[in-house]
Design a protein. Structure first.
Length: 116
């Protein structure tokens, strides 16, 4: 049995899945969703604090990568990069949510650590 309590694992999982808010509020939802959960629960659960920061850093990083890809549409490179980024973002968020729900400390690849 995992030592991290179920509530902490659930909230950490929701931090990762809150990135799907992008589809409701494009441009900012992917950052606002995890940020709200993290701000509310970070002091209550250390695991949520850690995984919330990870989710926010990932979403900020991928937002930056998306903006760069959008700029690269001029050179037609963005046509390939944008779909790849979207697929990678979805797959990585689902993996992170599953790991968090299992109580595992997950770190996203290719993430700039803005919040430490």
């Amino acid at each position: 049995m995992n030592q991290i309590e179920k509530d902490a694992r659930t909230w950490a999982m929701l931090c990762h899945l809150a990135g799907f808010m992008f589809y409701l509020l494009p441009g900012v939802g992917q950052i606002v969703g995890p940020l709200i959960i993290w701000l509310i629960k970070k002091d209550e659960y250390g695991f949520v604090d850690e995984q919330g920061k990870e989710a926010i850093n990932f979403q900020i990083s991928f937002t930056i990568y998306g903006l760069i890809s959008a700029f690269l549409l001029i050179a037609f490179i963005g046509i390939l990069l944008i779909p790849m980024l979207l697929v990678a973002q979805i797959v990585l968020m689902v993996i992170a949510a599953i790991k968090a729900n299992d109580g595992e400390h997950y770190r996203y690849p290719l993430t700039i650590r803005f919040i430490s």
